[in-house]
Design a protein around this ligand. Structure first.
Ligand code: SF4
Length: 323
């Protein structure tokens, strides 16, 4: 495999919790607890897990929207954590994000033209107002919106249309990688498919690479080349999407997949209902983080941390009992 576009190694983000009169650090939330992954140029890596598993924090650390506690992030062979000044500015152009909530992520006081034009101005991609307007028109058409919408405000649009505006804003700076952070979770199911199809078309047209974050395995199935499943700050399984859905190996992935409906009414999947809630990330369980809910846990699971190992070519699992 050629050098991946993005490489993340043992990434950690522990948020400090402060308390007391002196506001001292009293504890830490282990939001991301040693994530390693790679994304190839032009690929879509789906990142899936329940809310609070650290997937969005991972995405934000990669973009340097928040500073990681430790670990490595490499983009196009360059050390992202060491970037500052002009290099960081260039990185912000190469990596964009599409947010979950199209209602909250657009400034309600700005017209669509200003929202998209702002990105062009910040990165000096259009000099005159005429250039900006021409590019805004082009971008709106690219995402399936009418050019005259440029004079309207976000509240005048539906959820799906707002997400298209968010996509146009991300595309404005011609990024290489887009972190799609639950981009369809807030949308109606019928609109979800339209936005996913649009993202796929844009990927083909512009050779984009996606890190596609979702809590629902059925959403990422269609769009992802590979899928990484996260639980409590760690990646527990990673493989091609096809292999993951046909042959899940980690007990947590099996449970997540058992809840995904199968289109064939004759085919049946045994539903695995996990007991209990996701443990508190301030004090994650020892050993395998999943052992408090795992239906097949054995004694060593609470003691030894399982590491990702390649069980079949390209299929990595972190479980003592699965190989
Ligand atoms: Fe379950 Fe143990 Fe495997 Fe963790 S290591 S998934 S607790 S069997």
């Amino acid at each position: 495999m050629s050098e991946p576009l993005l490489k993340v190694k043992d990434l950690k983000k522990h948020f400090a919790i402060r308390g007391g009169v002196l506001s001292r650090v009293v504890d830490h939330v282990h939001a991301v607890d040693g994530v390693s992954l790679e994304v190839a140029q032009g690929e879509t890596l789906g990142v899936v897990g329940e809310s609070g598993c650290g997937k969005s924090t991972t995405g934000r650390c990669i973009l340097r929207l928040i500073e990681p506690t430790s670990g490595e992030i490499w983009f196009q062979g360059q050390d992202v954590r060491k970037m500052d000044g002009e290099k960081l500015r260039a990185l912000r152009r190469d990596m964009q994000i599409i947010f979950q909530d199209p209602y909250a992520s657009l400034n309600p006081r700005l017209t669509v033209a200003s929202i998209i034009g702002e990105a062009l101005q910040i990165h000096n991609l259009a000099k005159t107002n005429k250039d900006i307007e021409a590019r805004v028109v082009e971008l709106l058409e690219t995402v399936g919106l009418r050019p005259e919408y440029m004079h309207r405000y976000p509240h005048e649009f539906s959820g799906g249309q707002r997400q298209r505006i968010g996509i146009a804003r991300a595309l404005a700076v011609e990024p290489k990688l887009i972190v799609c952070d639950e981009p369809v979770s807030a949308l109606d199911v019928s609109v979800q498919a339209q936005v996913i199809n649009l993202l796929e078309d844009l990927q083909e047209k512009f050779g984009l690479t996606y890190l596609f974050i979702a809590h629902d395995l059925s959403v990422v199935e269609h769009i992802s080349d590979r899928v990484a499943v996260m639980y409590l700050g760690r990646v527990v399984e990673i493989s091609s999407a096809k292999d993951m859905y046909a042959n899940p190996k980690h007990p947590y992935t099996e449970a997540l997949l058992s809840a995904v409906p199968i289109p064939d009414p004759k085919a049946k999947r045994k539903r695995i209902v996990l007991q209990g809630d996701v443990p508190n990330p301030i004090r994650p369980p020892s050993g395998c983080h999943f052992h408090t809910r795992c239906p097949i846990a054995v004694e060593r699971c609470s003691r030894d941390v399982p590491h990702l190992k390649e069980t079949t070519p390209g299929h990595w699992v972190s479980c003592h009992l699965r190989s």
